[in-house]
Design a protein around this ligand. Structure first.
Ligand SMILES: O=C(O)CCC(=O)C(=O)O
Ligand SMILES: [Fe+2]
Length: 136
């Protein structure tokens, strides 16, 4: 997972047009926690959700899931992502209950290091769009 984090940090940095070590350097995904999720078979999935709509507060979530399905994302809502200044949004998603299964997956949540305490994170300076400079 550590190697995967380093690779993802490099790819995310480059996708933002930043130097490849940028995300790693600011330590916004320095620590990770794993959750093993188990969704039992639901006899009446149309009456409920496995997980209601939400967006993760982590910097990045990676999922290793089986073939049962059910995860949905919402492209319509405009959620602000203060780290990448809206370039990467925290996508709203939910999980439908399934009449088959169980559904089993592992979620890895990447967060700033707990050792960085209350270190504030703001928009990446290089990504701040100056409307005044572009209005001429
Ligand atoms: O079960 C899933 O596919 C997603 C779980 C999830 O959204 C979460 O743990 O934050
Ligand atoms: Fe989630």
């Amino acid at each position: 997972m550590i190697e995967l984090r380093e690779t993802m940090a490099e790819l995310l940095s480059e996708a933002l047009g930043l130097s490849s070590n940028y995300v790693s350097h600011v330590e916004c995904m320095k620590s990770e926690s794993l959750a093993c999720l188990y969704y039992p078979v639901c006899p009446e999935p149309e009456l409920t959700f496995s997980t209601s709509a939400h967006s993760d507060t982590t910097f990045l979530t990676l999922l290793l899931q089986d073939s049962i399905g059910g995860l949905q994302i919402n492209h319509q809502n405009q959620w602000a992502d203060i780290i990448s200044n809206d370039k990467f949004k925290s996508v709203e998603h939910r999980v439908l209950a399934q009449p088959v299964g169980p559904r089993i997956l592992v979620a890895c949540f990447y967060c700033p290091s707990s050792r960085s305490g209350s270190k504030p994170f703001g928009p990446i300076e290089e990504l701040i769009f100056d409307r005044r400079a572009n209005s001429i």
